[in-house]
Design a protein. Structure first.
Lengths: 302, 319
């Protein structure tokens, strides 16, 4: 019980350490601190930090490509004479790079939640001060933040490059801000969807497949049907079709409110009226993801 | 430490706890019951994770219904099942769990190093848990329950899956958790025998009700049984019978029944050990007869023996 060391405190003399048990009477920082710790651990984990070297490879490569493409765009814009704007809008970047975002989400969402479920570590969390809502919030926020880092970092590069090239400051700042808002919404939406899918597939491989399938198949299906609609001259339904996949939801939302140019066939993005429907669907999906996660963890308490 | 008052937990189909009233003090307490006796349900309620249908429970003087978070801050829990991710090292995992308990980063690291050393994990703590033996994994599970220096730990079947040596080491460790660390322990098991040696107090539950609660001494006095097996010799073609006669003559109480169905059942004598001197008597008797002593061991008592009529009667006398 005692924590005395014998042999004196003078440096140089032999010191005998008492290796008996020491009680802890330092601070216990409670729920909010535990929630923050879980958040930062999960966020770092999404990029492989604090994990094995092997698990850093994929997220770092993806982040690298996201940034490199942005750097190339900047280089082209700076090197080309008489350019007055970046070759693409800030809001467009995430839509173009959606495959990489999907890959990142598919690889990291299962890592974040399926591990705890599969190896049954969840009871260890819930036998501590944190509660279900803390766990879900921390994981949700961490996943959304990770996607945000992945999607916002290249925008920062684009913005810095645009300022370096002495493009119009007000214009660029506005575009940059719109881009940030857009990827923030995208991050929360994708993070929620990814976690829900992963939380229902304790086997990691299934989780990866489920996330990729959900993002790419819905996008593929929606854009195909949109293309058919465009070809057959029923342009009016295109904006409604966009509601059925996460990527086109973001596309439609930013077209309606954030000055983006739609990637829909013929640029037939929704106007402000239909845009409200997009916004509602996005919010409903985010709230739904949260609700489903809360339900999911009700049963696995102990 | 723990007090429950007519605590009940009913599920739609089953009653897991039925008006259970307990009062558990400091020290090592064994909670014995067959599978499905309500042990895990009780632990869940004590951690404030599952509301009781009726009745009240308090842990460390805090009501479980209203103070769950504060209880969980000062209580450690070691689950029965596997709960360790294989791809991180014991150090990383326990540090993370310490922070989940509210310890600041530096304290979490120091406490982790200390605790892992105390449970007997040294250099291997830097290797991924996936490569650990069952015994090492159990130690990590115990370490994560102790890392935040709780006042009480709830250990759910900590000896599950361990070989006899690992079992003894784990039981010794549990004993030390109380004697050296000053942490009270509630340990569940379905083996009464192993709790006899570890616990100060044993609580037996069955079907969600309290069957018996008493100090371990009372249990051991009534239930210690020795099993003795000897070889035959030329002088005594039936060594077992010869020894039985000799021991009965020496005034020892021998059981009539043998262990049916077990290997060598007919050759094993069961007798009641009154104390240390019984061992000497047996040894001397065997030596005198010139037989070979194959084994002399304490029989592990299964929880079922508590329910045997003769044992129950013996206990009533005790009480």
């Amino acid at each position: 019980m005692s924590t005395q060391t014998q042999g004196g405190q003078v440096p140089g003399t032999t010191r005998i350490h008492n290796i008996g048990y020491r009680n802890y009477d330092g601070p216990r920082l409670g729920r909010a601190y535990a929630r923050r710790s879980l958040y930062s651990q999960s966020l770092r984990g999404a990029f492989g930090l604090g994990r094995s070297a092997k698990s850093k490879v994929l997220p770092m490569i993806l982040l690298g490509i996201m940034c490199m493409v942005a750097a190339i765009i900047v280089a082209v814009a700076v090197a080309t004479p008489n350019m007055t704007d970046l070759p693409l809008k800030y809001t467009r970047y995430a839509i173009i790079m959606q495959a990489l975002i999907a890959l990142f989400l598919a690889s990291q969402a299962p890592q974040s939640v399926s591990r705890d479920l599969r190896f049954k570590s969840v009871p260890l969390y819930f036998s501590r001060p944190i509660e279900r809502v803390d766990y879900v919030l921390a994981k949700f926020a961490a996943m959304a933040s990770a996607v945000f880092v992945l999607t916002a970092a290249p925008l920062v590069i684009l913005y810095a490059g645009a300022l370096l090239a002495k493009f119009d400051f007000a214009d660029q700042t506005k575009g940059f801000a719109q881009g940030l808002v857009s990827v923030a919404v995208l991050s929360v939406l994708f993070g929620g969807i990814g976690l829900v899918l992963a939380a229902f597939t304790p086997r990691r491989g299934f989780g990866v497949a489920a996330v990729i399938a959900t993002l790419t198949i819905t996008y593929g299906a929606v854009s195909t049907v949109q293309a058919i609609a465009w070809e057959t001259g029923s342009a009016g339904v295109i904006q409604w079709l966009g509601l059925f996949s996460p990527v086109t939801l973001i596309d439609g939302l930013q077209t309606a409110f954030l000055g983006a140019t739609s990637a829909f066939p013929g640029g037939e993005g929704p106007g402000a009226g239909v845009g409200v429907v997009y916004l509602l669907v996005v919010l409903a999906l985010i709230a739904g993801s949260y609700g489903v996660l809360m339900r999911r963890y009700r049963k696995v308490g102990l | 430490m723990i007090a429950t008052e007519s605590l009940s937990k009913r599920f739609p189909r089953v009653t897991a706890l039925d008006r259970l009233s307990l009062d558990i003090g400091p020290g090592v307490t064994g909670l014995v019951g067959a599978n499905g006796a309500g042990k895990s349900t009780l632990i869940k309620i004590l951690l404030g994770l599952s509301p009781a249908t009726e009745g009240r429970a308090a842990v460390l003087g805090l009501d479980v219904a209203t103070n769950g978070a504060r209880i969980r801050e000062q209580v450690g829990y070691m689950p029965e099942h596997d709960c360790l991710p294989p791809d991180v090292s014991a150090t990383e995992f326990v540090v993370h769990m310490a922070r989940m308990s509210g310890l600041p980063p530096t304290a979490a690291r120091e406490r982790t190093a200390d605790t892992l050393r105390h449970v007997g994990l040294y250099e291997e703590r830097y290797r991924p848990i996936g490569g650990y033996s069952t015994g090492m994994k159990q130690r990590v599970k115990l370490a994560q329950a102790l890392v935040h220096d709780p006042k009480l730990v709830l250990l759910d079947e900590p000896t599950n899956g361990l070989d006899p040596v690992g079992r003894d080491e784990m039981l010794g460790l549990i004993r030390r958790v109380h004697t050296d660390f000053g942490i009270s322990v509630l340990v569940t098991s379905h083996l009464l025998g192993e709790l006899e040696r570890t616990c100060d107090h044993v609580v037996v539950v069955d079907g969600g009700t309290l069957l018996r609660s008493s100090s371990t001494k009372e249990f051991t006095q009534t239930t210690t049984t020795l099993a003795v097996e000897v070889t035959d010799s030329d002088a005594h073609p039936d060594g077992t019978a010869a020894l039985r006669a000799a021991l009965t003559a020496a005034g020892l109480k021998l059981h009539d029944r043998t262990e049916d169905g077990l290997p060598g059942a007919g050759h094993i004598l069961l007798l009641e050990a009154a104390g240390e001197e019984t061992y000497d008597t047996v040894r001397d008797a065997v030596a005198e007869l010139g037989l070979g002593l194959v084994r002399m061991e304490q029989r592990r008592h299964h929880i079922a023996e508590v329910f045997r009529p003769e044992a129950a009667k013996a206990m009533e006398v005790q009480a």
